[in-house]
Design a protein around this ligand. Structure first.
Ligand SMILES: NC(=O)c1ccc[n+]([C@@H]2O[C@H](COP(=O)([O-])OP(=O)(O)OC[C@H]3O[C@@H](n4cnc5c(N)ncnc54)[C@H](OP(=O)(O)O)[C@@H]3O)[C@@H](O)[C@H]2O)c1
Length: 277
């Protein structure tokens, strides 16, 4: 936890609160800044506590928001338990209930499946899939109950998936792509379950974004049009979430690519994917 008390005095009106995982860099850091700008208090989660502390200081200075720093490794039982406990806060204690959970933390490494370390396969599934399910499972019952009790604010979850789950195959990134495909189907299904209860769940499917995760493809000199700015990922997904849409693909080029993937013959997409390994 950060050294300054992140909690408002008892009896004070609470701001809306967002918990962002993977807030120490890339897309998650951008979510944190933009949500603070929109007046959200923040709970920042990632492993690198010093980066979270730095970001917390910056957004407190820039936007005057309340910020909690919650360092946790979401691929471990202990780290996951600490964050699910925070998400279960229902407002009866001092901790503000979470209006928006952004499941953004993820890892994108891979390689040929037959050569991957089994422990690395587990670690990716634990972070990219298992943690997302458990965090969402912790917050949804609180949000559903708050809505039933008359809460007016928009409540729910944004899940950061990927277009990597959409092609018919993803050689070289099989675990990553399959995990994201799982996440997308699961998220859209949960969205349909909770929408009638007034809770919004949105999955965002970015294409390439310039972050630490894509350093190697950036170095390969991928053309500029292949990248969508992280600012657009955050802007488009928060808009879609506020509007109650269950899925959003930021960037005209990737909306088109997604449309093409749906109509092109599977054999053609498979052949192109094979050539890209
Ligand atoms: N960049 C792209 O092109 C792209 C495209 C589609 C989807 N995405 C998705 O976007 C999300 C964010 O990725 P990014 O591109 O912003 O990459 P990034 O800059 O590498 O950020 C990844 C974030 O996840 C956190 N993280 C990693 N392992 C963790 C763990 N075990 N426990 C807790 N936090 C952990 C990292 O923080 P610590 O290292 O401090 O823990 C970091 O804040 C991911 O889910 C990714 O799959 C990215």
């Amino acid at each position: 936890m950060s050294e300054e008390s992140p909690l408002p005095p008892q009896g004070a009106t609470r701001p809306r609160t967002a918990l962002v995982t993977g807030a120490s860099s890339g897309i998650g850091e951008e979510y944190a800044r933009r949500l603070a700008q929109r007046g959200y208090g923040l709970v920042l989660v990632a492993r690198r506590a010093e980066l979270l502390d730095e970001l917390a200081r910056e957004v407190r200075d820039d936007y005057g928001t309340l910020v909690e720093v919650l360092p946790a490794d979401l691929a471990t039982a202990q780290g996951l338990a600490a964050v699910t406990a925070r998400l279960a806060a229902d407002g009866s204690g001092r901790a503000a209930p979470v209006d928006l959970l952004v499941n953004n933390a993820g890892r994108g490494d891979g390689g040929l499946f037959a050569e991957q370390e089994p422990s690395e396969i587990d670690a990716m599934i634990d972070l990219n899939v298992r943690a997302v399910l458990h965090l969402t499972r912790a917050v949804l019952p609180v949000q559903i109950a708050r809505r039933a009790a008359g809460e007016k604010a928009v409540l729910g979850v944004v899940n950061v998936s990927s277009l990597a789950g959409e092609p018919v195959s993803n050689p070289g990134g099989s675990v990553y792509g399959a995990g994201k495909k799982f996440l997308t189907l699961w998220s859209e299904s949960v969205a349909a379950e909770v929408r009638p209860l007034g809770v919004h769940v949105t999955v965002v499917l970015p294409g390439f974004v310039r972050t630490d995760m894509t350093r190697s493809v950036q170095e390969k000199g991928l053309p500029e049009f292949a990248f969508v700015p992280k600012e657009h990922i955050v802007r488009d997904s928060l808009r879609a979430w506020a509007a109650g849409r269950s899925r959003v693909i930021p960037g005209a080029q990737y909306k088109t690519a997604d449309g093409l993937l749906k109509v092109l013959p599977r054999s053609l997409v498979r052949a192109v994917a094979r050539r890209m390994v």
